[in-house]
Design a protein around this ligand. Sequence first.
Ligand SMILES: Cc1cc2nc3c(=O)[nH]c(=O)nc-3n(C[C@H](O)[C@H](O)[C@H](O)COP(=O)(O)OP(=O)(O)OC[C@H]3O[C@@H](n4cnc5c(N)ncnc54)[C@H](O)[C@@H]3O)c2cc1C
Ligand code: SF4
Ligand code: SF4
Ligand code: SF4
Length: 443
Amino acid sequence: MGNKNIQYIADNALCSACGGCYSVCPVSAISLEENIAGYKVAKIDFDRCINCGKCYQICPSVMANTPKINKCDVDIFHGECLGSYVGYATDSKIRQQSQSGGIVTALLCYLIDCHVIDGAVVNKFNKKTKRPEAFFEKEIEGIKESSGSYYSQSSVVNEVLKHQNQKTAAVILGCQGECLQLIREKYPEIVLPKYLIGLVCAGQYSGNYIDQLMQEAGCCKQDVTEFRFRDKRHGGWPGNTRITTTNQEYVLNKTIRQVLKPVFEVHRCLFCFDQMNIFSDITVGDPWGITNKSVKEGNSIIIARTKKGKSLIEAAFRDGIINVENLPVENIIKGQTVNDRLKTQFFTVMEISQQKDLMPPFNVENLKNISSYEKASKEKYKEIELRLRHSKEIYLESSRERYIKVITSASRKAIYRMKIQKIINFPKKCLRYALRKLKIRYK
Ligand SMILES: Cc1cc2nc3c(=O)[nH]c(=O)nc-3n(C[C@H](O)[C@H](O)[C@H](O)COP(=O)(O)OP(=O)(O)OC[C@H]3O[C@@H](n4cnc5c(N)ncnc54)[C@H](O)[C@@H]3O)c2cc1C
Ligand code: SF4
Ligand code: SF4
Ligand code: SF4
């Protein structure tokens, strides 16, 4: 087997912290630790490693591993579609507390209530570490409490594989789905969840992103008991950031969260083709671009990818658990800007990788039937190149002092640019407001 292990993945900033290698290692030689930049990274203890190659075979960042999709006549950026919808959970409390329309939480509660599964792998905020954490939840109330999205790394596959002896469902991101698909292909004896509910995912961010948002809100990290990246109860969908401490609630405008994203993004995410989570049974996301459905209460877009996924949606609809209507999948793909942003980014990254000797996790040759996309403009190319360089440099930074300096400066610049943009936009905003008022008067 030679030295085929995942250490070079971590050393090249390509670990997404899915947790797969950690779970399959037969001698527990792998740990997942947060580095200086707040990224979770897989690390091998070579005194223990027996060189079996298992970790290498299931890692979704190993180029030789690009997982197969069942039907090769679908665009791999879109995935299979047996039905596509927009909708929400009929339980108003679930919908209100959820990230978009509460579809994920409603389906998980339904599966437990009908005794189809014993429990599900979901995520919660760990008050001690101040980071999200995957865990197995059996109770419906617990599933409800775990709604909402954490946009920073959590090792879901590890938690999934710990519960092979039970009937489970799991909420996963694309790279976690790829890891599970590789496990399915290479280790068929491993029991996987009955249902994989995939989230649309255009990227996740380092744990230090959470710390930075706490700092911007002006709260003390030690006192934080709850952290919601997006809370619809503050500003409606998509929601502002809410941070709760032992004695106060802090709300941070969503623009700050947005502008800080590029400072903390995960290098591996820039190489990702699987935003639409093609290896899941059901993909769920925000209703971006679906203008008539982007209401304050929230809706989810849904794609059924397998027969059992479709049957689950239909049964939950029939039993009044969710309310959905058909929506052409093309509208979803367009709203998620798959063809005109994601593909452009992906192929630009691949092009830069070849020139700059970066290590891409995918072999473009294996990605078939890709429908058209826009080539990056000069400015876009430069922007992507900068993001690639920044995300790799901070991931690999070994000095805490230098890291803080870079991050503080990048965060300040991002917030400064946001403020300038606000000032520039102010007259336009006033004009739009005045025109709206005038229209009303002359009606
Ligand atoms: C990192 C990340 C990036 C995303 N990017 C996009 C995007 O670009 N476009 C888009 O349309 N949607 C994106 N989403 C999905 C979106 O935020 C909602 O999760 C989705 O619309 C489902 O909403 P819901 O109301 O049905 O789910 P809810 O009912 O609120 O349930 C959400 C479920 O996700 C689980 N969960 C939370 N964080 C994670 C995590 N990190 N990994 C695995 N499971 C988790 C929760 O425990 C809960 O069970 C992203 C989600 C994540 C976690
Ligand atoms: S991406 Fe997943 S499997 Fe690969 S090294 Fe990281 S944690 Fe391990
Ligand atoms: S090569 Fe085998 S023993 Fe070594 S870290 Fe990977 S899975 Fe563990
Ligand atoms: S963008 Fe891709 S690699 Fe990054 S977390 Fe999402 S699914 Fe994983």
